[in-house]
Design a protein around this ligand. Structure first.
Ligand SMILES: [Fe+2]
Length: 450
C-alpha cells in the first residue's frame, strides 16, 4: 500500500505506479503540461491500479471531446476490473468516471463530494469537482464545496497554494471580490507559477473595471508559464481583454497571434481544437470586430476546426462559440447543421447537458447567428427570454459576457432604449462594475443616457 502526496491510500504494490501517479497528480493540480504521459507511466507500472485508471479516464473526460468517449469507456472497464480491494475513496473515483461516461455529470460531482466528506484534503477531488461544476455554471455549489473543506487547509498541507487558487476562483465567481483577490494573491505569493490563482485575480480586476491594475498584474507574470498547459493561452486572453478596454488594439492582435491562437505553438499543434482555446479565439475576435477592428482572415482556421466538431455535444458553451465562428465566416448552412445536432441532443433528455443545450446554448447560438446575419429582431427574440439562463452553458461571467454583448448590440442596433437599459442593469447585477463604461457597452450607455 502506498499513499498520495497528502497521505491518501493508493492501492498498488508498485512503487513506480504510486510515484508516477503522485507526480502526474501534482502536475495536473498545478496546470502543467505532459500530465498524461506521466500518468501513462503509472498505468504501465501497474495496470491493475484502479486509482490511476480512473484518474486517466477522468482526464480524458476533462478534454470534453467526443472522440475520447471510447477511450473513457475502455478505461472505465479496466478501472472497474481493478477496483476490487481498493478503498472506498478510490471506488468513488471509479464511480465518478462511470457517471461521466453515462452523461450523469451531477452524479460525478456527487462522487467527488462523497470523497471530500471523509478526505477534505483530497485536492484532486476538489479540483475535478470545480472543473465539472464550472462547466455546468454551478459556481455557488463549487464555492460551498471549497468552503466546506477550508478549515482543513493550512500552509503545512502539500498543495496549499493550489487549494487557495481553487478557493479564490470560487469566491470570485460568486461575487466575493475582495476576499477572492486576497486569496488569489496569497496563492501566487506562495507559488509564482500558480496560474489558477493569478487567473482568479485577473477575473476580479476585470469585473471591477481595474484594467490598468489587470495589465500590471499579468504583464510581469506571463513569463512564469513555460511548464503550464493551455491555461496560459486563456490568461493571455485575459490580458487582451484589459488591452481591449484601453483600446490598445495593436497589442490585442499581437497577443492574439502570438498566444491566444498561435497554430505553431506546440500545445496547439498537438490539439488545435481544445474547447477553451476555441472559446478564447472566437470571443476575442468577436469583441475586436465589435470595437471596429478588422481581424482579417483569422476566423477561418477556427471555422475549419469547428466544422469537424458540429456533432460534439460535450460542451454547450463551446457549441455556442462554434455558432459564432461559423456565422462569422458566412457558413450559414453549417450553422443550420450545428443547430440540428444541438436540437437533436437537447431532445434526448438523459444527458445532464441536454437541458443546458435547450435552455441556454441553443438560444445563444440562434441569437449569435442571427446577429451576424443582421437579423437583430431574431437575436432579441431568441436571446431575451433565455438571457437569465446563459449561465447554464458554463464558463465564467467574463466569458459568458460575449453572449450578453451580442444581445445588447442587437438592442442598440434596433434602438431599443428600454431593453438596453434593462440589460445594462442586469449585467451590473452579475458583478460587472459600471458596464456602460466597458467598450462593448459604450453604445448602449449612450443610447440609454441620450
Ligand atoms: Fe478566465
Amino acid at each position: 500500500m502506498h499513499t498520495d502526496t497528502r497521505g491518501h491510500a493508493i492501492t498498488t504494490s508498485s512503487k513506480d505506479a504510486a510515484e508516477n501517479f503522485n507526480k502526474a497528480t501534482e502536475m495536473f493540480l498545478q496546470r502543467q503540461i505532459d500530465v498524461v504521459p506521466v500518468l501513462q507511466q503509472a498505468i504501465d507500472a501497474d495496470p491493475d491500479c484502479s486509482m490511476t485508471q480512473a484518474t486517466f479516464g477522468l482526464m480524458l473526460h476533462g478534454a470534453r471531446n467526443a472522440s475520447l468517449k471510447a477511450g473513457m469507456e475502455s478505461t472505465l472497464v479496466k478501472a472497474q476490473a481493478a477496483s476490487q480491494g481498493s478503498t472506498e475513496r478510490e471506488q468513488q473515483y471509479v464511480n465518478a468516471l462511470s457517471c461521466a461516461c453515462e452523461g450523469n455529470l451531477f452524479g460525478a460531482v456527487n462522487c467527488f463530494e462523497n470523497i471530500l466528506k471523509d478526505n477534505p484534503n483530497d485536492l484532486l477531488a476538489l479540483t475535478l469537482a470545480q472543473g465539472e461544476l464550472f462547466w455546468l455554471g454551478e459556481m455557488q455549489q463549487s464555492s460551498r464545496l471549497s468552503q466546506s473543506v477550508a478549515t482543513d487547509w493550512h500552509e503545512t498541507v502539500q498543495g496549499f497554494p493550489e487549494f487557495l487558487s481553487v478557493r479564490a476562483f470560487d469566491l470570485e465567481e460568486t461575487g466575493h471580490f475582495q476576499q477572492a483577490e486576497a486569496t488569489g494573491r496569497q496563492s501566487v505569493a506562495l507559488r509564482n507559477t500558480n496560474i489558477w490563482g493569478a487567473h482568479a485575480v485577473a477575473h476580479v480586476l476585470l469585473m471591477q473595471g481595474r484594467h490598468k491594475d489587470g495589465l500590471d498584474w499579468l504583464s510581469d507574470k506571463q513569463g512564469n508559464w513555460s511548464q503550464t498547459n493551455q491555461m496560459k493561452f486563456h490568461i493571455w486572453w485575459h490580458q487582451c481583454l484589459f488591452h481591449l478596454e484601453r483600446k490598445e488594439h495593436d497589442a490585442v492582435l499581437e497577443h492574439y497571434d502570438r498566444w491566444v491562437r498561435n497554430r505553431n505553438e506546440d500545445l496547439v499543434v498537438a490539439m488545435p481544437d481544445l474547447y477553451i482555446d476555441m472559446q478564447n479565439g472566437a470571443s476575442l475576435l468577436w469583441r475586436l470586430e465589435l470595437a471596429g477592428v478588422n481581424v482579417g482572415d483569422r476566423w477561418h482556421e477556427m471555422a475549419e476546426l469547428a466544422e469537424q466538431r458540429l456533432n460534439d455535444m460535450n460542451s454547450p458553451f463551446t457549441s455556442a462559440h462554434y455558432a459564432v465562428i461559423l456565422a462569422a465566416t458566412g457558413q450559414f448552412e453549417l450553422c443550420d447543421k450545428l443547430l440540428e445536432y444541438m436540437n437533436s441532443f437537447a431532445e434526448n433528455g438523459k444527458h445532464t447537458l441536454a437541458a443546458r443545450y435547450a435552455d441556454a446554448a441553443i438560444p445563444a447560438a440562434v441569437g449569435a447567428i442571427a446577429h451576424r446575419n443582421g437579423n437583430y429582431k431574431k437575436t432579441l427574440d431568441a436571446m431575451l427570454p433565455a438571457r437569465h439562463q446563459f449561465w447554464q452553458m458554463g464558463g465564467s461571467h467574463a466569458q459568458q459576457d460575449l453572449f450578453h454583448q451580442i444581445l445588447v448590440d442587437a438592442a442598440v442596433k434596433l434602438n431599443k432604449r428600454d431593453i438596453a437599459a434593462t440589460l445594462l442593469h442586469e449585467i451590473e447585477a452579475l458583478g460587472f462594475n459600471e458596464p456602460a463604461r466597458n467598450v462593448a457597452y459604450e453604445a448602449a450607455g449612450k443610447l440609454v443616457s441620450g
